[in-house]
Design a protein around this ligand. Structure first.
Ligand code: NAD
Ligand code: ZN
Length: 346
């Protein structure tokens, strides 16, 4: 399912040789066109005809309009169900490309070649595809697995630092919820660079893969991956509504700090463990001023989150470093306390 590519992409060539698709549809955005496509094309050893489809970069492209354009392009190319879509890009591109592939003619096969750290360790794995609609993120989508995920960590060498750090938040999350050793490895990184994360990417991918294999449709254990995301998503949306977007990973780091504190308030971890985790999270992520938002605003967004049902807010919380629980119902008072705690950190 997950292959780490050698310099010559031999694993990809072998895969194409086995699958023998009728056509390759290579989806890129403007940045992956410039930074990643040349290496992919330079390494492809195949006679299969291919088309390159480029979209602009950015979350704004995850829309029904883009989807409609892409479906039209596939029709123009006379794409049949034995064609293969190759999604070469970050999470926006693999979400969108997976959605297009899984809906066109009721589904054509696709592979993901993630090019951001968030894409590698999170978005390309787990079969969630989708687009945003009417200001709601990922509100339309499918569950559809790629045939394979091919990872070439060196693609990260051209990625802006903030994007790298954003993906790093998800890696830290994987360590915290499931794997203490992974967490310890990651917090020992002194200087966050592509090279410093290379040795740990595969572990993070395997953690996510293993969780989603056990619970593809998110009925139980997959919910633990939402750690840091309940408060994180709400704050990410509020900053966006204010016209001052923050990175997803920054929001998740902030969410993980508050939710670690809530884990302590629930008696699931000691204050000492909570303080240790939080000080490590703060070593990588900048403090963000959240004072302008009221608890009511944050709560109302959390209630609307599609992952909650019937008005109760369910959290995934830590029960230790490398251990977590899901479906923990948390009341407004503890959420409030955790936000105050964050705002008053020295
Ligand atoms: P992204 O795809 O927008 O990539 C971030 C930026 O980096 C873009 O400007 C992109 O063009 C650029 N880029 C990509 N690769 C590059 C490279 N190698 N060198 C230089 N620039 C490069 O965003 P992302 O952070 O990768 O993903 C965010 C998206 O992922 C969101 O839409 C989110 O909803 C989705 N997501 C999905 C899942 C899932 O399970 N499906 C999980 C997490 C996130
Ligand atoms: Zn996330």
């Amino acid at each position: 399912m997950i292959s780490i590519l050698d310099e010559d992409f031999s694993q990809l060539n072998e895969f194409l040789h086995r699958l023998q698709p009728t056509q390759l549809l290579i989806l890129v955005d403007e940045n992956t066109h410039e930074y990643c496509l040349p290496r992919l094309l330079g390494n492809l050893e195949t006679e299969i005809p291919f088309e390159i489809i480029e979209i602009e970069a950015g979350e704004e492209m995850k829309t029904l309009e883009t989807a409609a354009q892409l479906w039209e392009i596939l029709t123009e190319f006379e794409t049949d169900r034995k064609a293969l879509m190759i999604n070469l890009g970050g999470g926006v591109l693999t979400d969108l490309g997976g959605f297009i592939a899984s809906t066109y003619k009721r589904g054509i096969p696709f592979i993901n070649i993630p090019t951001t750290l968030l894409g590698m360790c999170d978005a390309s794995i787990g079969g969630k595809t989708g687009i945003d609609h009417q200001f709601l993120k990922n509100i339309i989508g499918t569950f559809a697995n790629p045939e394979q995920i091919f990872v070439f960590p060196k693609f990260l060498e051209t990625l802006p630092f903030e994007e790298l750090r954003s993906g790093f938040a998800e890696m830290l999350k994987h360590g915290l919820i499931i794997d203490e050793k992974h967490w310890n490895d990651l917090i020992s990184i002194k200087n966050l660079t592509p090279q410093s994360v290379f040795p740990f990417i595969e572990t993070s991918m395997k953690i996510k893969q293993k969780v989603v294999e056990q619970d593809f449709t998110e009925q139980n254990i997959r919910k633990t991956l939402n750690f840091g995301h309940t408060i994180g998503h709400a704050l990410e949306s509020l900053f966006l509504l204010q016209g001052k977007p923050i990175m997803h990973g920054e929001a998740v780091a902030l969410g993980m700090i508050c939710e670690t504190r809530i884990s302590m308030l629930h008696g699931l971890i000691s204050e000492e463990t909570s303080n240790t985790i939080i000080s490590h999270l703060r070593q990588f992520f900048p403090d963000i001023d959240t004072k302008q938002f009221s608890v009511e605003e944050i709560l109302s967004l959390m209630r609307n989150d599609k992952k909650n049902s019937h008005g109760t807010i369910n959290f995934s919380l830590l029960t230790g470093i490398g251990n977590s629980a899901y479906n923990c119902s948390v009341d407004a008072e503890h959420i409030n306390k955790s936000l105050h705690y964050y705002q008053n950190l020295p």
